[in-house]
Design a protein around this ligand. Structure first.
Ligand SMILES: [Ca+2]
Ligand SMILES: [Ca+2]
Length: 322
């Protein structure tokens, strides 16, 4: 049985003081589409129910959860806490910014050893093949000294899943890292590509990055697939400490540097993004006035520090090659 509702979040919703119980159950799974449309559900607090599978959802199957910003605090004395869902079956989680504190109250065993929590930043357990996590920002530290066996994104991959184009900035987890994995436990079932993390928990997977690299724009550029067309990740350099989703300034890689300034098209001396005879004429005009290169750096097409005939000739060469 599956609930195939299509839901859209149409404005930011602050859940402070309201509380939350995981949507659906292990038998009656959410199988629809939950589209945050870039809006935020904030202060989602789930108290300990003494039951397994704690998340925004209890269990999702063939569901899509996307474009959602989510913050909150979850508490559970049982296994399988996930920022989005306790259990996932063949589902897609994409373009989600999840900053949920996972508080595991799983107790010490009678002999005093830590116990298996199988919590994950987004998913407790991926149970069936095909689940994809794409373009997600995960800030979900897991607290609980008596808990072991958790994952930075997924607590356990029973079947094949994919995590890609994702950044994990969770810091300060206090769980016993024995049996933990930075992306997903049972890592042989989890395909990881273009995934970055700030702090490992247990076994490492993906690529570790520093605070400096996060601030530089490099990770934003890489998360977008090392290009700047139709970006999913944004960052205002000098202001934003990390890449973020939904909207913002594009990061470009120009002349070996990450920048928010779009590159000028080589040879476009008049700034209309095309290279044609108008640019040739612009250069001749600047030459006639003996203009300094600082007046129009783009007119110095061959980057030799002068606006001269060589630049005009380069324009003709670019035009001939078009
Ligand atoms: Ca032009
Ligand atoms: Ca020149």
């Amino acid at each position: 049985m599956s609930n195939t509702l299509k839901a859209k979040v149409t404005e930011d919703i602050n859940m402070e003081g309201i509380g939350w119980l995981p949507i659906n159950t292990s038998d009656y799974r959410f199988g629809g589409e939950f589209d945050g449309q870039g809006h935020a559900l904030t202060n989602v607090v789930i108290p300990d129910r003494g039951e397994e599978r704690t998340g925004l959802f209890n269990t999702i199957e063939k569901a899509t959860v996307k474009n959602l910003k989510l913050t909150g605090e979850y508490y559970s004395s049982k296994k399988f806490i996930g920022g989005i869902t306790g259990y996932a079956y063949n589902s897609t989680i994409e373009n989600c910014d999840v900053a949920v504190t996972i508080n595991s109250l799983v107790p010490y065993a009678d002999n005093g050893s830590t116990q298996d929590g199988t919590h994950g930043g987004l998913i407790g357990v991926n149970e069936s093949e095909g689940t994809v996590v794409n373009n997600c920002l995960v800030n979900c530290p897991i607290f609980g000294e008596s808990t072991n066996s958790c994952g930075g994104v997924c607590g356990w991959a029973t079947n094949k899943m994919t995590v890609k184009n994702t950044l994990i900035i969770s810091q300060g987890s206090t769980i016993d890292t024995n049996g933990c994995n930075t992306i997903s436990r049972n890592e042989g079932n989890c395909s990881v590509s273009n995934v970055y993390y700030l702090e490992p928990i247990g076994s490492e997977n993906g690529e570790q990055v520093t605070v400096e690299e996060l601030a530089s724009g490099e990770v934003t550029y890489k998360l977008n697939g090392e290009q700047s067309e139709n970006p999913v990740w944004f960052q205002t350099l000098g202001t934003d400490a990390t890449p973020h989703l939904f909207k913002g300034l594009t990061v470009y890689f120009v002349n070996g540097e990450y920048t928010n300034e779009p590159p000028t098209t080589k040879g476009d001396a008049n700034g209309d993004t095309e290279v044609n005879l108008a640019d040739y004429q612009t250069i001749l005009g600047l030459m006639a006035r003996d203009a300094d290169v600082s007046e129009n750096p783009a007119a110095d097409v061959n980057r030799d520090g002068f606006i001269n005939l060589a630049d005009a000739q380069t324009i003709l060469g670019i035009m001939a090659a078009q």
